[in-house]
Design a protein around this ligand. Structure first.
Ligand SMILES: NC(=O)c1ccc[n+]([C@@H]2O[C@H](COP(=O)([O-])OP(=O)(O)OC[C@H]3O[C@@H](n4cnc5c(N)ncnc54)[C@H](O)[C@@H]3O)[C@@H](O)[C@H]2O)c1
Length: 329
């Protein structure tokens, strides 16, 4: 019996998927997760730094019942990649048949990972932001870029303030948005950039206090997306509402991790879990225009696997020739 698996490279991914496809799939998949129709064990992190390799990667398996698909994302951050002309975040995806375990596809996961990461703040902002006129983004790298790209599809933005320790990253970021209907303004000072913003996003590789409580106005939605700490503790403690995509994982990674480890934050502390809102299981969202919401989007592997499944079906339907490997040989 032939065991054909598709080997899908980056160009093929981009040919068959649009940014809008990813936004729609992320929203649907969050809803399915909230409905309990996805099995997704916690991601496992392999941190290689203690062995002298400056990098880490997560393995993120899942089964998605509404798509009858199973698979896994393998994604990591590799500190030396920029010097090699590679992105810091590198992702691969595998899809298998849930019934037989046969390998269906091995996919370059970079574009899918970057776009689904950007889709998250776009959907969360649509649900939770009081306003989206002024958006501050700290971190002008790949995830900062896809966040704004996806937000531009669903929000009516007037001004974007961009901060980064790298001037080159800021220049590249601005050059990617010249034709968009909002202005993108570079800010050296993070405090000035944050004050008066409706939405603040952090998407950096830093482990630092990039946003302080005192800089965040009433009504602001702050969304942290980096893998380490990005705000001061007071912002988390004094927020009117805390929001997450995944309560358990939010305690083990990113901005809430340290307060999770000291048990100051627990899964019960989170007021808003976006998949539960989309599933209609929780009506808790923003209560009033002045609520300051501190949110963390830690990222779920089922989002990537769902997008990969859409891609796989589109390729089969298109009849396009793609590389196949007979895994029985
Ligand atoms: N939450 C998710 O779903 C998700 C998904 C993918 C990546 N990530 C995380 O997002 C973060 C960004 O990833 P990326 O692919 O955009 O990396 P990147 O290397 O492309 O960009 C990171 C940017 O952060 C900037 N930066 C670093 N320290 C800074 C500081 N102190 N102040 C301001 N800017 C600073 C860098 O100069 C760089 O431009 C990483 O921590 C990554 O692990 C999260």
């Amino acid at each position: 019996m032939e065991e054909n698996a598709l080997i899908i490279g980056s160009e093929t991914v981009r040919k068959h998927l649009s940014v809008q496809d990813v936004i729609e799939t992320v929203e649907k998949t969050w809803k399915w997760y909230g409905e309990g129709r996805i099995i997704m064990p916690p991601k496992i992190t392999t941190d290689m730094s203690s062995a002298g390799v400056d990098g880490w990667f997560n393995t993120m398996p899942c089964y998605i019942a509404p798509l009858n698909t199973a698979g896994m994302k393998i994604v990591g951050g590799f500190a030396g990649n920029h010097a090699l002309g590679l992105p810091y975040i590198k992702a691969s995806l595998v899809l298998i048949s849930p019934e037989t375990g046969l390998l269906r596809a091995v996919i370059n996961g970079d574009w899918i990972s970057d776009m689904r990461t950007g889709a998250q703040p776009a959907i969360m902002a649509r649900l939770l932001a009081a306003k989206a006129d002024i958006i501050t983004i700290i971190g002008a790298g790949q995830q900062g870029y896809t966040s704004l790209l996806c937000m531009s599809k669903v929000l009516d933005i007037k001004e974007v303030r961009i901060c980064d320790i790298s001037k080159k990253a800021i220049e590249t970021f601005i050059s990617r948005f010249v034709d968009f209907p909002f202005k993108v303004v570079p800010f050296e000072n993070r405090e000035t950039a944050c004050r008066g913003s409706d939405i603040i996003i952090t998407a950096t590789t830093a482990n630092d206090t990039l946003v302080k409580d005192a800089w965040v106005d009433p009504g602001t939605l702050v969304m942290t997306m980096g893998s380490f700490r990005e705000t001061d503790y007071d912002l988390i403690r004094n927020a009117d509402l805390l929001a997450v995509d995944h309560p358990e994982q939010a305690l083990h990674r990113g901005n809430f991790k340290e307060l999770g480890e000291s048990r100051e934050l627990t899964i019960e502390t989170f007021d808003i879990v976006v998949p539960y809102i989309l599933a209609g299981k929780s009506r808790r969202g923003r209560r009033k225009g002045t609520d300051r919401i501190c949110a963390q989007l830690v990222g779920m592997g089922c989002l990537d696997v769902a997008v990969a499944s859409l891609l796989y079906n589109r390729i089969l339907e298109s009849g396009d020739e793609v590389l196949k490997a007979d895994m029985s040989k």
